[in-house]
Design a protein around this ligand. Structure first.
Ligand code: NAD
Length: 300
Protein backbone atom coordinates (compact mmCIF):
# COMPACT_ATOMS: atom_id res chain seq x y z
CA UNK A 1 0.00 0.00 0.00
CA UNK A 2 1.14 3.57 -0.65
CA UNK A 3 2.43 5.30 2.48
CA UNK A 4 0.12 7.91 4.01
CA UNK A 5 0.96 11.39 2.73
CA UNK A 6 3.10 13.58 5.00
CA UNK A 7 1.28 15.54 7.66
CA UNK A 8 1.10 19.21 6.63
CA UNK A 9 2.92 21.44 9.11
CA UNK A 10 0.82 24.53 8.51
CA UNK A 11 1.53 27.80 10.29
CA UNK A 12 -1.73 29.73 10.09
CA UNK A 13 -3.35 28.44 13.29
CA UNK A 14 -0.32 29.11 15.51
CA UNK A 15 0.19 32.49 13.81
CA UNK A 16 -3.41 33.46 14.62
CA UNK A 17 -2.89 32.46 18.28
CA UNK A 18 0.31 34.49 18.44
CA UNK A 19 -1.40 37.53 16.91
CA UNK A 20 -4.19 37.27 19.47
CA UNK A 21 -1.62 37.13 22.29
CA UNK A 22 0.19 40.13 20.82
CA UNK A 23 -3.06 42.10 20.41
CA UNK A 24 -3.94 41.55 24.08
CA UNK A 25 -0.48 42.67 25.22
CA UNK A 26 -0.50 45.67 22.87
CA UNK A 27 -3.92 46.77 24.14
CA UNK A 28 -2.81 46.53 27.73
CA UNK A 29 0.38 48.49 27.02
CA UNK A 30 -1.52 51.18 25.12
CA UNK A 31 -3.93 51.50 28.03
CA UNK A 32 -0.95 52.13 30.28
CA UNK A 33 0.34 54.87 27.94
CA UNK A 34 2.84 53.02 25.72
CA UNK A 35 1.70 52.32 22.17
CA UNK A 36 4.04 49.68 20.68
CA UNK A 37 5.72 51.04 17.57
CA UNK A 38 7.73 49.28 14.88
CA UNK A 39 9.86 51.08 12.29
CA UNK A 40 10.79 49.32 9.04
CA UNK A 41 13.55 50.96 7.02
CA UNK A 42 13.24 50.31 3.28
CA UNK A 43 15.81 51.45 0.71
CA UNK A 44 14.71 49.53 -2.38
CA UNK A 45 12.04 49.88 -5.04
CA UNK A 46 11.76 46.10 -5.34
CA UNK A 47 8.08 45.19 -5.75
CA UNK A 48 8.09 41.92 -3.77
CA UNK A 49 9.82 43.71 -0.88
CA UNK A 50 7.16 46.41 -0.94
CA UNK A 51 4.50 43.69 -0.84
CA UNK A 52 6.20 41.99 2.14
CA UNK A 53 6.56 45.26 4.05
CA UNK A 54 2.90 46.12 3.46
CA UNK A 55 1.93 42.71 4.84
CA UNK A 56 3.97 43.37 8.01
CA UNK A 57 2.39 46.82 8.36
CA UNK A 58 -1.12 45.39 7.93
CA UNK A 59 -0.52 42.66 10.49
CA UNK A 60 0.98 45.18 12.93
CA UNK A 61 -1.94 47.58 12.60
CA UNK A 62 -4.43 44.75 13.16
CA UNK A 63 -2.76 43.81 16.42
CA UNK A 64 -2.55 47.39 17.72
CA UNK A 65 1.10 48.04 16.86
CA UNK A 66 1.89 51.24 14.99
CA UNK A 67 4.12 50.46 12.01
CA UNK A 68 6.13 53.22 10.32
CA UNK A 69 7.63 52.38 6.95
CA UNK A 70 10.65 54.68 6.67
CA UNK A 71 11.74 54.96 3.05
CA UNK A 72 15.09 55.97 1.62
CA UNK A 73 15.87 56.09 -2.11
CA UNK A 74 17.64 53.01 -3.56
CA UNK A 75 20.61 55.31 -4.09
CA UNK A 76 20.99 55.99 -0.34
CA UNK A 77 24.54 55.67 0.99
CA UNK A 78 25.41 53.12 3.69
CA UNK A 79 26.24 56.04 6.01
CA UNK A 80 22.79 57.53 5.56
CA UNK A 81 21.15 54.17 6.30
CA UNK A 82 23.25 53.66 9.43
CA UNK A 83 22.49 57.20 10.58
CA UNK A 84 18.76 56.68 10.20
CA UNK A 85 18.92 53.32 12.03
CA UNK A 86 20.73 55.04 14.89
CA UNK A 87 18.11 57.82 14.96
CA UNK A 88 15.26 55.31 15.10
CA UNK A 89 17.10 53.37 17.81
CA UNK A 90 17.43 56.55 19.87
CA UNK A 91 13.76 57.49 19.51
CA UNK A 92 11.97 56.53 22.75
CA UNK A 93 8.64 56.23 20.87
CA UNK A 94 10.06 53.45 18.65
CA UNK A 95 10.34 49.96 20.17
CA UNK A 96 11.35 47.79 17.23
CA UNK A 97 13.62 48.56 14.26
CA UNK A 98 13.91 46.41 11.14
CA UNK A 99 16.31 46.96 8.25
CA UNK A 100 14.62 45.50 5.19
CA UNK A 101 16.72 43.86 2.47
CA UNK A 102 17.65 44.10 -0.39
CA UNK A 103 19.84 47.14 0.19
CA UNK A 104 21.48 49.58 -2.22
CA UNK A 105 24.73 48.39 -3.86
CA UNK A 106 27.62 48.62 -1.41
CA UNK A 107 25.43 48.43 1.68
CA UNK A 108 26.00 45.30 3.81
CA UNK A 109 23.05 44.40 6.04
CA UNK A 110 25.10 42.73 8.79
CA UNK A 111 27.36 45.79 8.98
CA UNK A 112 24.57 48.39 9.01
CA UNK A 113 22.42 46.44 11.44
CA UNK A 114 25.09 47.09 14.06
CA UNK A 115 23.47 50.53 14.27
CA UNK A 116 20.23 49.01 15.58
CA UNK A 117 20.08 49.06 19.39
CA UNK A 118 20.05 45.40 20.57
CA UNK A 119 16.95 45.98 22.71
CA UNK A 120 15.08 47.18 19.59
CA UNK A 121 16.60 44.59 17.25
CA UNK A 122 13.35 42.65 16.85
CA UNK A 123 14.58 40.72 13.78
CA UNK A 124 17.91 39.79 15.35
CA UNK A 125 19.95 41.49 12.62
CA UNK A 126 22.63 43.14 14.76
CA UNK A 127 25.69 40.84 14.93
CA UNK A 128 25.58 41.39 18.71
CA UNK A 129 22.21 39.66 18.80
CA UNK A 130 23.60 36.58 17.04
CA UNK A 131 26.59 36.57 19.37
CA UNK A 132 24.36 36.78 22.42
CA UNK A 133 22.18 34.00 21.03
CA UNK A 134 25.25 31.83 20.50
CA UNK A 135 26.36 32.54 24.07
CA UNK A 136 22.94 31.65 25.49
CA UNK A 137 22.32 35.24 26.58
CA UNK A 138 19.02 37.13 26.18
CA UNK A 139 18.60 38.38 22.61
CA UNK A 140 16.02 38.56 19.88
CA UNK A 141 16.53 35.76 17.35
CA UNK A 142 15.80 36.47 13.69
CA UNK A 143 12.06 35.91 13.33
CA UNK A 144 12.42 33.31 10.56
CA UNK A 145 14.78 31.15 12.61
CA UNK A 146 12.54 31.43 15.67
CA UNK A 147 9.51 30.61 13.50
CA UNK A 148 10.96 27.20 12.59
CA UNK A 149 11.14 26.21 16.27
CA UNK A 150 7.71 27.71 16.93
CA UNK A 151 6.22 25.71 14.02
CA UNK A 152 7.73 22.44 15.30
CA UNK A 153 6.47 23.17 18.83
CA UNK A 154 2.99 24.01 17.52
CA UNK A 155 2.80 20.57 15.91
CA UNK A 156 4.11 18.78 18.96
CA UNK A 157 7.37 17.69 17.34
CA UNK A 158 9.96 16.81 19.95
CA UNK A 159 13.46 18.30 19.61
CA UNK A 160 15.22 16.96 22.69
CA UNK A 161 17.78 14.33 21.71
CA UNK A 162 16.76 14.30 18.07
CA UNK A 163 18.99 14.89 15.06
CA UNK A 164 18.33 17.95 12.93
CA UNK A 165 20.03 18.77 9.62
CA UNK A 166 19.83 22.48 8.77
CA UNK A 167 20.53 23.23 5.10
CA UNK A 168 21.85 26.79 4.90
CA UNK A 169 24.29 28.74 7.09
CA UNK A 170 23.19 32.34 6.62
CA UNK A 171 23.24 34.72 9.58
CA UNK A 172 19.50 35.27 9.03
CA UNK A 173 18.32 31.66 9.15
CA UNK A 174 20.78 28.76 9.32
CA UNK A 175 23.21 29.95 12.00
CA UNK A 176 20.73 31.41 14.48
CA UNK A 177 18.47 28.39 13.98
CA UNK A 178 21.34 26.04 14.82
CA UNK A 179 21.77 27.86 18.15
CA UNK A 180 18.05 27.80 18.93
CA UNK A 181 17.98 24.05 18.24
CA UNK A 182 21.05 23.43 20.39
CA UNK A 183 19.29 25.31 23.20
CA UNK A 184 16.52 22.76 22.83
CA UNK A 185 18.94 19.85 23.16
CA UNK A 186 18.79 18.73 19.54
CA UNK A 187 21.89 17.35 17.81
CA UNK A 188 22.49 19.73 14.94
CA UNK A 189 24.30 19.40 11.61
CA UNK A 190 24.62 22.56 9.52
CA UNK A 191 25.00 22.02 5.74
CA UNK A 192 25.84 24.60 3.10
CA UNK A 193 26.82 25.16 -0.52
CA UNK A 194 30.23 23.50 0.01
CA UNK A 195 28.87 20.41 1.75
CA UNK A 196 30.39 17.58 -0.30
CA UNK A 197 27.51 15.10 0.00
CA UNK A 198 24.32 16.83 1.06
CA UNK A 199 22.11 13.74 0.93
CA UNK A 200 24.54 11.84 3.17
CA UNK A 201 24.33 14.67 5.72
CA UNK A 202 20.53 14.91 5.70
CA UNK A 203 19.06 11.46 5.07
CA UNK A 204 19.65 10.09 8.56
CA UNK A 205 18.28 13.19 10.32
CA UNK A 206 15.01 13.01 12.23
CA UNK A 207 14.27 16.56 11.09
CA UNK A 208 15.51 18.36 7.95
CA UNK A 209 15.19 22.14 7.67
CA UNK A 210 15.70 23.54 4.17
CA UNK A 211 16.87 27.18 4.13
CA UNK A 212 19.04 27.45 1.04
CA UNK A 213 16.94 29.52 -1.35
CA UNK A 214 17.23 26.80 -4.03
CA UNK A 215 13.91 25.56 -5.42
CA UNK A 216 13.64 21.77 -5.47
CA UNK A 217 17.00 21.23 -3.72
CA UNK A 218 15.64 18.70 -1.22
CA UNK A 219 14.27 15.57 -2.88
CA UNK A 220 13.23 12.14 -1.61
CA UNK A 221 16.90 11.10 -1.84
CA UNK A 222 17.75 13.67 0.87
CA UNK A 223 15.37 12.45 3.55
CA UNK A 224 14.77 9.31 5.53
CA UNK A 225 11.47 7.46 5.72
CA UNK A 226 9.11 9.35 8.05
CA UNK A 227 11.41 12.35 8.60
CA UNK A 228 10.01 15.76 9.53
CA UNK A 229 10.79 18.34 6.83
CA UNK A 230 10.53 22.10 7.33
CA UNK A 231 10.75 24.22 4.20
CA UNK A 232 11.97 27.77 4.88
CA UNK A 233 12.63 28.61 1.22
CA UNK A 234 10.58 31.36 -0.37
CA UNK A 235 11.57 31.42 -4.01
CA UNK A 236 9.54 33.47 -6.48
CA UNK A 237 8.05 31.47 -9.36
CA UNK A 238 7.72 32.82 -12.92
CA UNK A 239 3.94 32.84 -12.37
CA UNK A 240 4.32 35.33 -9.52
CA UNK A 241 3.84 32.78 -6.73
CA UNK A 242 6.20 31.29 -4.16
CA UNK A 243 7.90 27.92 -4.02
CA UNK A 244 10.08 26.36 -1.34
CA UNK A 245 13.40 24.52 -1.36
CA UNK A 246 11.72 21.13 -1.07
CA UNK A 247 10.54 19.10 -4.04
CA UNK A 248 7.20 18.39 -2.35
CA UNK A 249 6.08 15.92 -4.98
CA UNK A 250 8.88 13.46 -4.24
CA UNK A 251 9.29 14.28 -0.53
CA UNK A 252 5.65 14.21 0.62
CA UNK A 253 5.10 10.47 0.07
CA UNK A 254 8.27 9.63 2.04
CA UNK A 255 8.27 12.25 4.81
CA UNK A 256 6.29 11.96 8.03
CA UNK A 257 5.52 15.67 8.01
CA UNK A 258 6.25 18.56 5.65
CA UNK A 259 5.64 22.30 5.96
CA UNK A 260 3.99 23.91 2.93
CA UNK A 261 5.21 27.01 1.08
CA UNK A 262 3.41 29.31 1.33
CA UNK A 263 1.54 28.72 4.58
CA UNK A 264 4.17 27.09 6.81
CA UNK A 265 7.00 29.10 8.36
CA UNK A 266 5.99 32.42 6.74
CA UNK A 267 2.85 33.31 8.71
CA UNK A 268 4.59 32.53 12.01
CA UNK A 269 7.58 34.68 11.04
CA UNK A 270 5.45 37.80 10.76
CA UNK A 271 3.59 37.03 13.99
CA UNK A 272 6.91 36.63 15.84
CA UNK A 273 8.17 40.00 14.59
CA UNK A 274 5.10 41.49 16.24
CA UNK A 275 5.60 39.49 19.43
CA UNK A 276 9.21 40.69 19.62
CA UNK A 277 8.04 44.29 19.14
CA UNK A 278 5.52 44.03 21.97
CA UNK A 279 8.18 42.45 24.20
CA UNK A 280 10.53 45.32 23.40
CA UNK A 281 7.78 47.83 24.18
CA UNK A 282 6.99 46.07 27.47
CA UNK A 283 10.60 46.24 28.48
CA UNK A 284 10.83 49.90 27.48
CA UNK A 285 7.73 50.62 29.56
CA UNK A 286 9.29 48.84 32.49
CA UNK A 287 6.32 46.54 32.39
CA UNK A 288 8.18 43.41 31.44
CA UNK A 289 6.93 40.39 33.24
CA UNK A 290 8.35 36.96 32.81
CA UNK A 291 11.60 36.00 31.16
CA UNK A 292 13.77 38.22 29.01
CA UNK A 293 13.46 37.90 25.22
CA UNK A 294 15.31 34.93 23.89
CA UNK A 295 16.55 33.85 27.29
CA UNK A 296 16.05 30.22 26.39
CA UNK A 297 13.85 27.66 24.73
CA UNK A 298 10.76 29.00 23.06
CA UNK A 299 11.10 32.48 24.44
CA UNK A 300 12.05 34.38 21.31
P1 NAD B 1 21.17 33.04 1.79
O1 NAD B 1 21.29 33.10 0.32
O2 NAD B 1 21.72 34.11 2.63
O3 NAD B 1 21.81 31.68 2.31
C1 NAD B 1 21.59 30.47 1.65
C2 NAD B 1 22.37 29.39 2.34
O4 NAD B 1 22.12 28.17 1.66
C3 NAD B 1 23.88 29.61 2.30
O5 NAD B 1 24.40 29.38 3.59
C4 NAD B 1 24.39 28.55 1.32
O6 NAD B 1 25.65 28.02 1.72
C5 NAD B 1 23.31 27.49 1.38
N1 NAD B 1 23.17 26.81 0.09
C6 NAD B 1 23.00 27.37 -1.13
N2 NAD B 1 22.96 26.41 -2.08
C7 NAD B 1 23.11 25.23 -1.45
C8 NAD B 1 23.18 23.89 -1.90
N3 NAD B 1 23.06 23.59 -3.20
N4 NAD B 1 23.33 22.92 -0.97
C9 NAD B 1 23.44 23.22 0.35
N5 NAD B 1 23.38 24.48 0.81
C10 NAD B 1 23.23 25.48 -0.08
O7 NAD B 1 19.61 32.86 2.08
P2 NAD B 1 18.77 33.11 3.43
O8 NAD B 1 18.57 34.55 3.63
O9 NAD B 1 19.31 32.28 4.53
O10 NAD B 1 17.36 32.50 2.98
C11 NAD B 1 17.21 31.13 2.68
C12 NAD B 1 15.84 30.89 2.11
O11 NAD B 1 14.89 31.22 3.11
C13 NAD B 1 15.48 31.78 0.92
O12 NAD B 1 14.63 31.05 0.05
C14 NAD B 1 14.72 32.91 1.53
O13 NAD B 1 13.84 33.51 0.61
C15 NAD B 1 13.99 32.20 2.62
N6 NAD B 1 13.57 33.06 3.71
C16 NAD B 1 12.30 32.91 4.14
C17 NAD B 1 11.82 33.70 5.14
C18 NAD B 1 10.42 33.47 5.65
O14 NAD B 1 9.86 34.28 6.34
N7 NAD B 1 9.81 32.35 5.31
C19 NAD B 1 12.64 34.66 5.73
C20 NAD B 1 13.97 34.77 5.31
C21 NAD B 1 14.41 33.96 4.29
Amino acid sequence: AAPPPARALTGAARAAELRAEVAALAASLTERGTTPRLAVLVATEDESTAWYVRSIARAATKTGIVCDTVTLPPTASPDRIAELLAELSADPAVHGVILQTPLPPGAVAAELAAAIAPDKDVDGANPLSLGRLAAGRPAFAPATAAAVVELLDAHGIELLGRTVAVVGRSTVVGKPLAHLLLDRDATVTVCHSRTADLAAATRHADIVVAAAGRPGLITAAHIGEGAVVVDVGTNPTPEGGLTGDVDAESVAPKAGALSPVPGGVGPITTALLLRHTVRAAERAAGAATGPEPGAGPGLT
